[in-house]
Design a protein around this ligand. Structure first.
Ligand code: ADP
Ligand code: MG
Length: 664
């Protein structure tokens, strides 16, 4: 049977389905709900503070509409349930104010926050439109959910014979039901436990694919050959002795790992993980210098111009007096200078070249590139990594990241990767005092900022938007500037954002480095790597617009010295989800925070789906489903050696995806 034979699918619907890659019955039935709307009414007698519930209530008075501030309105409705009178509050639904009349029965979903007199609703429906049950939500482009539900219903009723995708041995071992009941439970659940059971099997399936992928990559385990790098250890030691600090134990260990790799005949593919401020750069500098003494060139790839520029300054600062030639290659350099730089790289006069994606251009040819450093690797795509590698003959590779990645994920993301970790931070680091505050409490932060400014320290203010936006209430850089200017009328303020030209950005940052400006208002451009030691406070507007790992990175801009450092996460309590942010108040440990982030958002969101090569997990949670994950890894070893049709297909599909990821 084809899609077109299904009642309810005409030519237009078929086109719309094809447009989102649904070509067959199989594709259709394996299109799953993104979530479920669970429509049920809770017992008002059992109400509790802070518990999300759904109640049927009766309106007893005309609603009142409040304009709180630009783009934020509040509708307050007096209601009663079980003879108890209270107010329902809902934000940004001014259109309801005319529709809601005394006597009307409505259903509200939300919670009592402080006491039982005000119920904050996230959803409001008329009782007459409310249907009890579990409703799958598909959110397909251009095709309404009711139609999708009808199609799935028809398929479940009339096709029945869907292709099994787990081998019988595994189904038995793990006590999974057959595929038909899974599909039935996913598309037409009657109880939430049905969905949970089906989800477990689908999650397992994703984890199994992932585990097979990791196993296969492990098995391939063939590393490319590369010449041994005969570096001059005495020269490196001389550089280490000249540092004005002692390397931490972990920095020494990581450096040893890397130096050992240089002496191997197979390429190094190493990931250096270390929380913000743990001192990854110096490890890269020592390694790069070693390679230069061995007679090879080094390329350092940074995700942003700001970071490339900063690395350039740092590398030069450490290495210049050792006769190392370092060049910065950016995209805004003029043609004559560019040609000169390119020529130096080609003849080998340049030892270390630092740049952004501009390093990837085709006409950049190295004399003998032996080592590639990729900073903040999560920002650099698979393709970009491949292009830079191919500019040398199997160069050694060091990737650096502040976002800790579980080992299995690292293998999947970067093939055969070894990992070095900087767990210990340089001893003078202090925890960053972090507080979540509401807009009304801004003054709390301002008082501290005022004191920091008096002490000649500097301050970051970070916003999620550059300009005001119609669709979002968030504070923009421009608005923040007004707020800050208003409070600190004498302060030297500057702004930085992604729409500025590279030259402008560098100028702004230089001024901040040199303490010509005191407060820098910025978008997340400052997120990665910016290192201004004198900055001691950071204030983030609309903090919940950012991921946890990202917020941790951002606050890592301060606390880079032995001064006390402060971070204020400003939230709009009424509309933002703040619970998630509490971990930042409690923990300064990037590894712990990243685990949380991964478990909340999944690896695709955290690392970026496209560039990371991480498989997409829809049902599985790599962190929380740990038991299921262990099963999957156990079973993957078995599947690879099985010869039944289904096992073979699983392995083959995974192989195909690995090849296309690595080769294209
Ligand atoms: P990240 O790991 O976030 O890239 P950086 O490499 O920028 O961190 O290092 C942050 C700061 O710590 C730099 O100013 C660097 O000079 C300093 N630093 C690095 N290692 C040490 C150390 N062992 N002791 C003291 N300070 C250090
Ligand atoms: Mg860094």
């Amino acid at each position: 049977m084809d899609l077109i034979n299904i009642p309810g699918i005409g030519k237009t619907t078929l086109e719309k389905l094809n447009a989102i890659n649904i070509m067959s019955i199989e594709d259709m039935i394996f299109t799953f709900p993104v979530r479920y709307e669970i429509n049920q009414l809770d017992d008002f007698q059992k109400r509790q503070i802070n518990e999300v519930s759904t109640y049927e209530v009766e309106v007893i008075d005309k609603p009142i509409l409040y304009f709180i501030r630009r783009k934020l309105t509040k509708l307050q409705i007096k209601v009663q349930a079980c003879k108890v009178i209270f107010s329902v509050v809902i934000f940004n639904r001014e259109y309801l104010s005319k529709l809601i009349k005394p006597g009307l029965k409505i259903v509200v979903k939300g919670k009592f926050i402080k006491n039982f007199s005000i119920f904050t609703a996230s959803n409001l429906e008329f009782l007459s439109n409310f249907h009890i049950g579990i409703i799958p939500v598909y959110n397909l482009r251009d095709i309404p959910d009711f139609r999708v539900r009808k199609i799935q219903g028809y398929l479940l009723e009339n096709v029945k014979d869907f292709k099994e995708n787990l081998p019988t041995s595994i189904k038995k071992k793990r006590k999974f039901k057959d595929i038909y009941s899974v599909l039935k439970n996913i598309h037409q659940p009657t109880k939430t436990i049905d969905v949970e059971k089906a989800r477990t099997r689908l999650a397992y399936q994703e984890l199994l694919n992932f585990a097979v992928r990791v196993e296969l990559i492990n098995i391939r385990n063939q590393r490319l050959k590369t010449p041994i790098k005969e570096y001059n250890i005495n020269k490196v030691k001389e550089l280490i002795l000249s540092l004005n600090f002692e390397l931490t134990k972990d920095q020494k260990m990581a450096t040893n790992d890397i130096f050992r790799d240089f002496k191997k005949q197979t390429i190094m593919n190493r990931l250096l993980q270390g929380d913000v401020g743990s001192g990854k750069t110096i490890v890269a500098i020592l390694s790069a210098y070693a390679i230069v003494t061995a007679g090879y060139q080094v390329a350092v790839l940074a995700p942003t111009l700001v970071l490339a520029k900063q690395h350039y300054d740092t590398f030069k600062n450490y290495l210049f007096s050792y006769g190392v030639n370092i060049e910065l290659l950016t995209s805004d350099i003029n043609k004559t200078s560019r040609n000169a730089v390119l020529n130096n790289i080609k003849t080998g006069d340049t030892n270390i070249v630092i740049g952004t994606h501009s390093l990837l251009q085709e006409d950049i040819k190295f004399q003998n590139l032996g080592f590639v450093v990729i900073d903040e690797q999560q920002r650099v795509g698979v393709d970009q990594r491949r292009i830079i590698r191919e500019k040398g003959k199997n160069p050694d590779i060091l990737m650096m990241t502040a976002t800790p990645i579980p080992r299995t994920l690292a293998i999947s993301m970067f093939e055969n990767t070894d990992v070095s970790k900087l767990l210990e931070k340089p001893s003078n680091r202090k925890n960053i005092n972090t507080k979540i505050i509401s807009f009304d409490e801004l003054e709390k932060a301002f008082t501290v900022i005022e004191k920091e400014l008096e002490d000649k320290h500097q301050v970051y203010v970070v916003c999620s938007l550059i300009e005001e936006s119609k669709n979002r209430n968030n504070i923009s850089v421009n608005e923040a500037k007004l707020i800050i200017r208003n409070r600190f009328n004498k302060a030297k303020i500057d702004i930085l954002h992604g729409k500025m030209t590279d030259e402008e950005k560098i100028c702004v940052l230089d001024n901040f480095y040199n303490q010509k400006t005191e407060i820098l208002i910025s978008t997340t451009v400052v997120e990665v790597g910016v290192n201004v030691k004198n900055a001691t406070a950071i204030l983030l507007f609309n903090a919940s617009s950012f991921g946890l790992a990202q917020l941790h990175q951002l606050r890592g801009r301060v606390g880079r010295n032995d001064f006390s450092a402060y971070c204020y996460l400003v939230v709009d309590e009424e509309v933002e989800d703040i619970e998630r942010l509490r971990i930042l108040e409690k923990s300064n440990d990037g590894f712990e925070i990243s685990e949380w982030d991964l478990s909340l958002r999944g690896p695709g969101e955290v690392f970026g789906q496209k560039q990371s090569g991480v498989p997409k997990f829809i049902f599985a949670n790599l962190i929380n489903d740990n038991e299921l994950r262990d099963f999957a890894f156990e079973d993957a070893k078995m599947i690879i050696n099985e010869f039944d049709q289904i096992s073979k297909k699983i392995v083959l599909d995974v192989l195909k995806s690995i090849e296309s990821y690595i080769l294209d």
